[in-house]
Design a protein around this ligand. Structure first.
Ligand code: MGD
Ligand code: MGD
Ligand code: SF4
Ligand code: MO
Length: 712
C-alpha cells in the first residue's frame, strides 16, 4: 500500500469476542489502508491477530463482496439473481412477511443471528418481537451456552472476567488461546514468565499444554469428574473459603456430600488422568489466587451445563470469585445497558403468554423463552418446526451474519429446513451456502463500516468500534435493515408493538450508554472508556438467583426437575456407545487464519490452510492404514452423511480420537452448497442427538465415529 495515510482512528476489532483495540489508517478517499493493534487498549494491550489486520480489510474490499440487494429469479439455489433496489427488496420482504404473518400467525416468522458478541442479536430479537414473534435464533447452544446457563443458575456472572495478570495459578480448561484468543495467550505467557502456575486440562496437546506446569489429558467429555475431585480436595483439606461460603452460598453441605464420591482415584478411573496429577492440580488451585479460564472444549456438549456447574462451584467455594487473580464478576457503569440487559428489559418484551410460545421453551425453559438465559429459541427445534409444522408452522426467516448452512450440525437437515420455507432472506457479506438458497440476499456492512458500543468484561471497559469507512456499495447494517422492514410492516398493519424505537445505530448506542456518564467523545477519541470497578462488593451487586446467593444447589434447576447439584454425566461416546463406530470425533479446534466459516475466499488464508485437516494419532493412523495428507471419510452414527477431511498424523491428539476444525466450505466449488456437503464436518453430525437437558446443546465433541481412507 503506497497511498499516504490521511488519518488514524482508534477502534475495536469485532471479528471475534476478544475485542482487541485497533488503530485504523485511512487514505484521503476514506478507504481503510491499514488496521493495526492499539497498545493503549486495556482489553488487548497491543495484542492482535491476522484476522483483524488482514482478513477484515480484505473481507471489506474483496471482489466477492455483495454490494447491492439480490432477488432470486431462477429456482432456489440456482444462482440466478437480479439486482434490485433497497426499496423494492424491503417491499418484497414486507409483503412476504406480512402474508406469512396473516396466514400462519406472527410466531411463524423467525430471525437468526450468530454470536453474542454483536448487537445484531438484540436488534434481531427486538425486530421479531415488534412483529409479534418471540422466535429468534442465536448459535449459543453451539458456542458458550452451557457456560452461560451455568453462570446464570449459579449466579456467578463471571464469563469473560478472568484476572490472569494477577493470578498465582491459571486453570485452563478446554481452551486454546494461542489460536482462539491472542490477548489471552499473551496474558498466559506473561503469567507463566512471572512464575504463576499454569494447569491445562485438554485431551489435545495445545501450545498452552506445552507451556503448562501441569497438563491433565482427560478422555473427552469427562472433565466434571476432575472438577468434583478438586472440590472434594478443598473440602477434605479445609481449604475452602469459610467466610464467603457461609455468607454468600447456598447448598455447600449438599455439594460437599456429592463431591465426596469423587476421590482422585475415582476421577482417575473416569478420566484416565493419574490420581496424583488430579491431586496436584487441586493443590495448585487451592493455593490461589487462582483464575479459571474455560473454553469451547467443555461447552457445546450434552453434559456441558453439569461440567460448567462443577467448575463454577469450585470457583465459588475457593474464594476466587471477584478477587484479584481470580474471576471478576461482570459489572457495568451504573446506567449503562448491555445487549443482554436489553433482551431482558420488561419495556422491550412481549407478554409472557406470547414468550412462552418461543420454540423450545417447553423443553428447555432455562434456555428458551421468558425464563431463558437469552430468551432465544432452541435452534434445532426451530428447524424441526420448519420441517414438520410442530409445535406450529415456521414459514419465513431472516438470517443475518450467520452461516447456518455450514455452522449448524447436520447440514442436510438444515438445508432441507431452509428449502421448506415460504420465504428466506439472508443478509451477508458474501454469497455463503446459506445466502445461496435464499429468495432475497441483502448486502451487510462489515466491522469497518458500522459503529458498535460494547461492554468488555476484560479491561473491564466499554469498547468502541468506529464506522471508520463508508459502506462499500449499498451495504447496510442490521439496525437500518430492521427499521426499513418495520416501517413497511407498520404500513401493512403488521406490527404488534413498537419495541425497536431507534432509527439508527447512533441512537441505539446512545441508549445503551444511557446516563452512565460514559462519554461518546472519549469513546471516539480513545476507542474505549474504562470505568470504576470494585472487587468483592457482594452486598452491593447481589447474586441474581432465587436465594440471592451463589447457588451450589440450584433452586431453578430443582424447580425445572433437573439435578440441582453438579455431577459427572458420561459423555456421548460412553452414554451411547455405537457398534461399528470405535473412534471419537472432536470438532471445532480453531485455526488462526479463519473465523468459523469466514475468509474461505481469501487467497492468503487458503495458502496457509488449504484444506480441512483431521488430526490422527500415529497408532490410529497405522490401524487404519492412513498416511499423512491422505483424504479420509469420517462418519458418525447419528449423522446424515460423511465428510471428507485431510489427515494430519500427530501425537498431539489421543489415540482413537480424531480432532478437526469446523467451518469448511469452498467458495470456488459448485453452488449452492459450495462444498458444504463435502468438506464441512457438520455434514457428518447430528443436531437432534442427545441434548443437554438444560441448554439443549448437542455434542460437538466426544462423538462416536469411524474413519476410512478415500481416493484424493
Ligand atoms: N482464529 C479463531 N479464533 C476464534 C474463533 C475462530 O473461529 N477462529 N472462534 C471464536 C469463537 S466464537 C469461540 S467460541 C472460541 C472458541 O475457542 P476455545 O474456547 O479455545 O475453543 P476450541 O478451540 O473449540 O477448543 C479449545 C480446546 O478444547 C479442547 N477440548 C475438546 N474437547 C475437550 C474436552 O472434552 N475437555 C477438555 N478439557 N478440553 C477439550 C480442544 O482440544 C481444544 O484445544 O474461539 C474464538 N476465537
Ligand atoms: N461442529 C461444530 N459446529 C460449530 C462449532 C464447533 O466447534 N463445532 N462452533 C460453534 C461456534 S462456537 C460458533 S460461535 C458458531 C459460529 O457460527 P456463525 O456465526 O454462523 O459462523 P461465521 O462463519 O462466523 O458466520 C458468520 C457470518 O456472518 C458474516 N459476518 C461476519 N462479520 C459480520 C458482521 O460484522 N456483521 C454481520 N452481520 N455479519 C458478519 C460472515 O460473513 C459469515 O457469513 O458455530 C458453531 N458451530
Ligand atoms: S483476536 Fe483477532 S479477530 Fe479477535 S478481536 Fe483481536 S484482532 Fe480481531
Ligand atoms: Mo463461538
Amino acid at each position: 500500500m503506497n497511498e499516504a495515510t490521511h488519518r488514524i482512528l482508534p477502534s475495536t476489532c469485532w471479528e471475534c469476542s476478544a475485542y482487541c483495540g485497533s488503530l485504523v489508517s485511512l487514505g484521503a478517499d476514506g478507504r481503510v489502508l491499514k488496521v493495526a493493534p492499539n497498545p493503549a487498549s486495556p482489553v488487548s494491550a497491543g495484542a492482535f491477530c491476522v484476522k483483524g489486520i488482514r482478513a477484515l480489510p480484505e473481507a471489506t474490499y474483496q471482489d466477492a463482496r455483495l454490494t447491492h440487494p439480490l432477488r432470486r429469479i431462477g429456482p432456489r439455489g440456482s444462482g440466478q439473481w437480479e439486482r434490485v433496489s433497497w426499496d423494492s427488496a424491503l417491499d418484497e420482504m414486507a409483503d412476504r412477511f406480512a402474508e406469512t404473518r396473516a396466514r400462519y400467525g406472527a410466531p411463524s416468522l423467525v430471525g437468526a443471528v450468530s454470536g453474542a458478541a454483536f448487537s445484531r442479536g438484540a436488534v434481531m430479537a427486538l425486530l421479531m418481537r415488534s412483529l409479534g414473534s418471540p422466535n429468534w435464533m442465536i448459535n449459543q447452544d453451539l458456542c458458550g451456552g452451557c457456560r452461560g446457563v451455568s453462570d446464570k443458575v449459579t449466579g456467578l456472572a463471571i464469563t469473560g472476567g478472568e484476572d490472569i495478570p494477577n493470578a498465582a495459578c491459571v486453570l485452563l480448561v478446554g481452551r486454546n488461546p494461542a489460536a482462539a484468543d491472542p490477548p489471552q495467550w499473551i496474558e498466559l505467557k506473561r503469567a507463566k514468565a512471572r512464575g504463576a502456575r499454569v494447569v491445562v486440562i485438554d485431551p489435545f496437546r495445545t501450545q498452552a499444554a506445552e507451556l503448562a506446569d501441569l497438563w491433565l489429558r482427560p478422555e473427552p467429555g469427562t472433565d466434571a469428574a476432575i472438577a468434583l475431585a478438586m472440590i472434594r480436595h478443598l473440602v477434605v483439606e479445609g481449604a475452602w473459603d469459610r467466610d464467603f461460603v457461609a455468607r454468600h452460598t447456598h447448598g455447600f453441605a449438599a455439594l460437599a456430600e456429592r463431591a465426596a464420591r469423587y476421590t482422585p482415584e475415582v476421577a482417575a478411573a473416569i478420566t484416565g488422568v493419574p490420581a496424583a496429577d488430579i491431586r496436584r492440580a487441586a493443590e495448585y488451585y487451592a493455593a490461589g489466587p487462582a483464575c479459571f479460564v474455560s473454553g469451547h472444549g467443555i461447552d457445546a456438549a450434552s453434559n456441558g451445563v453439569q461440567t460448567f456447574r462443577a467448575f463454577h462451584a469450585l470457583v465459588a467455594i475457593s474464594g476466587n470469585l471477584d478477587r484479584p487473580g481470580g474471576n471478576r464478576r461482570s459489572k457495568r457503569p451504573p446506567g449503562f445497558r448491555t445487549w443482554m440487559d436489553l433482551l431482558h428489559d420488561p419495556r422491550f418484551r412481549l407478554p409472557e403468554a406470547v414468550e412462552r410460545r418461543t420454540i423450545g421453551a417447553d423443553r428447555f425453559p432455562l434456555w428458551a423463552g421468558p425464563g431463558g438465559w437469552q430468551t432465544a429459541c432452541h435452534n434445532s427445534s426451530v428447524l424441526e418446526a420448519m420441517l414438520t409444522g410442530t409445535p406450529y408452522p415456521v414459514r419465513a426467516m431472516v438470517a443475518s451474519g450467520v452461516n447456518i448452512a455450514v455452522m449448524y450440525p447436520d447440514t442436510r437437515r438444515t438445508l432441507r429446513a431452509l428449502a421448506s420455507l415460504d420465504f428466506l432472506c439472508v443478509a451477508a457479506q458474501t454469497m455463503t451456502p446459506t445466502a445461496a438458497v435464499a429468495d432475497l440476499v441483502l448486502p451487510k456492512t462489515t466491522g469497518l463500516e458500522e459503529e458498535e458500543v460494547a461492554l468488555s468484561p476484560k479491561g473491564p471497559c466499554i469498547t468502541y468500534t468506529a464506522a471508520v469507512a463508508p459502506p462499500v456499495g449499498e451495504a447496510r447494517c442490521d439496525l437500518t435493515i430492521a427499521v426499513g422492514l418495520l416501517d413497511r410492516m407498520r404500513a401493512r398493519g403488521a406490527v404488534t408493538a413498537e419495541l425497536l424505537p431507534w432509527r439508527d445505530k447512533a441512537a441505539f448506542n446512545a441508549f445503551l450508554i444511557g446516563d452512565s456518564g460514559v462519554s461518546l467523545e472519549a469513546l471516539r477519541r480513545d476507542g474505549f472508556a474504562q470505568f470504576d470497578y470494585t472487587m468483592g462488593d457482594f452486598d452491593r451487586q447481589v447474586f441474581a438467583t432465587p436465594t440471592g446467593k451463589v447457588e451450589l444447589h440450584s433452586v431453578l434447576l430443582e424447580r425445572a426437575g433437573q439435578d440441582p447439584l453438579p455431577d459427572y454425566v458420561p459423555p456421548l461416546d460412553r452414554a451411547a456407545p455405537a457398534p461399528g463406530f470405535p473412534l471419537r470425533l472432536q470438532t471445532g479446534i480453531r485455526e488462526k487464519t479463519y473465523h468459523h466459516s469466514r475468509f474461505r475466499e481469501q487467497a492468503w488464508a487458503r495458502k496457509v490452510s488449504p484444506d480441512p485437516r483431521v488430526h490422527v494419532h500415529p497408532e490410529t493412523a497405522a490401524d487404519y492404514g492412513i498416511g499423512e495428507g491422505d483424504w479420509v471419510r469420517v462418519e458418525t452414527p447419528g449423522g446424515a452423511g460423511p465428510v471428507r477431511l485431510k489427515a494430519a498424523i500427530t501425537d498431539r491428539t489421543r489415540p482413537g480420537v480424531l480432532t478437526t476444525g469446523v467451518g469448511w466450505w469452498r467458495p470456488e466449488a459448485p453452488g449452492p452448497e459450495f462444498g458444504a456437503l463435502d468438506v464441512n464436518v457438520n455434514a457428518a453430525l447430528s443436531y437432534t442427538g442427545p441434548t443437554d437437558p438444560v441448554s439443549g446443546s448437542v455434542d460437538t465433541g466426544a462423538i462416536p465415529c469411524r474413519v476410512c481412507r478415500v481416493p484424493a
